[in-house]
Design a protein around this ligand. Sequence first.
Ligand code: CP3
Length: 327
Amino acid sequence: MENLFLSALKGDDHKGAPMWFMRQAGRYMNSYREVRKEYTMEQICHSPELSSRIAYDAARYLQTDAAIIFSDIMIPLENLGYNVKYVENTGPIPEKTGSTTDQFVSYSGMAVRNFKANYPDIPVIGFVGGPLTLASYIIASGPDGELKKTKEALIRDEDKTIELLGELTDVVIKDVKAQISSGADAIQIFDSWLGFLDHNYAELAVKKTTRKIVDAISKSKVKSIYFSTGTSGMVDALIRSGADFLSLDWRCSLKEVSETFGSIGLQGNLDPSVLALSPEKAVEKGIQIAREMRDVNKFIFNLGHGILPETKQENVKMLVRKIRDVV
Ligand code: CP3
C-alpha cells in the first residue's frame, strides 16, 4: 500500500490521515534524552549518522507516516561564518566568528543521504528555516521574543534588512538543493515567527525569501510545506509563496481555510498545549480535525507547532493510534 504521507503530497485519493509531528524527536522522548547524555545538540547536528538515527527512532516509536531529519534551522548559517551555540531552554545563539567559505557544507543534506541509505522504508522530510525567522536570531543575537528587534531593523533600515534576508535566502536555497539531491521526500520551510509582522511586511518577506526558496524546490518534483504561526489572518500572503502546503497553527479552523482557499494543501493544527495537558482532549480534538479534513486529499495531520518537552511520549503515541483507528 502506498504511504499515506506520499499520497497526500501528490493529492491522490487515500483513506486515513497521514501523520507526523514537528519536534517528534526531542526532549519529551526518553531515548532522545539518553542520546543527549552522551552528545551535545551541536554534536548531533554535525553527525549525519546520529541525525538520521534519531529521526528514524522517533518515527518508528510513534508509527508516524514520515520522519523529519534531526538538526536545527541555524546550522546552515555556519556557511556564513556564524558559530551557533545551543543554550538549554533558551535556544540558539549565533556568533559571527569566521568568514564566508567557498565550499558549502550541508549537514542536513548528508543526514538525508544517510537516512535514505539506512531506512528506505519511510519517507523523510528535509527542512530549512525561513530567512525572516533566521534573521531574527542574528539581529537579536539569540531569540527575539515577539520580534521587537527584528521589526525595529525592518522599520529603521529596510534596505539593509532586506539585504540580510537576501543573503540568508541564498544559503537556504543551497541547503535545500543539497537535501533534494540527497533524496528528501518533501521540504518544510520553518518560518515560525512570520506572524509577528504586519501584513505588508509579511507579504514583503514572503516575496523576497519564501517565494524564491519555493521556486528552487519546485524545479524538482519535491513538494514544499510552508510553516508559520500566528498567520491565519494572512493566508492569502502565504499562498503567494507558491508553496504546495501551508502548515497553520490552532488559531484557525483548517476546514474553513480549506473551504475559503480551495486547492492549497494544508497541514496542522492541534494545539501542542492540549496534547501536553490532556491526552483525552487531544484525542477528541485531533479526531475532530482529521474527520473535518477527511475529504481533503492534500491534508497532513500535525500539531500547530512543535511537541512541548513536558509532553508524555505515551500520549503522543496514543494520539496516533486513536486517530488511525477512527479516521
Ligand atoms: O522537528 C523535528 O523533530 C526536527 C528537528 C528540529 C529541531 N529544531 C530540533 C531542536 C527542527 C525542524 C527545528 C527547527 C527550529 N529550530 C525552529 C523552527 C520550528 C520551531 O520550533 O519554531 C526554530 C525557531 C529553531 C530554533 C531553536 N532551536 C529553538 C527555539 C530551540 C529550542 C530551545 C529550547 O531549548 O527549548 C532550538 C534547539 C532545538 N532544536 C532542540 C531540538 C530538539 C532542543 C535541543 C536540546 O536541548 O536537546
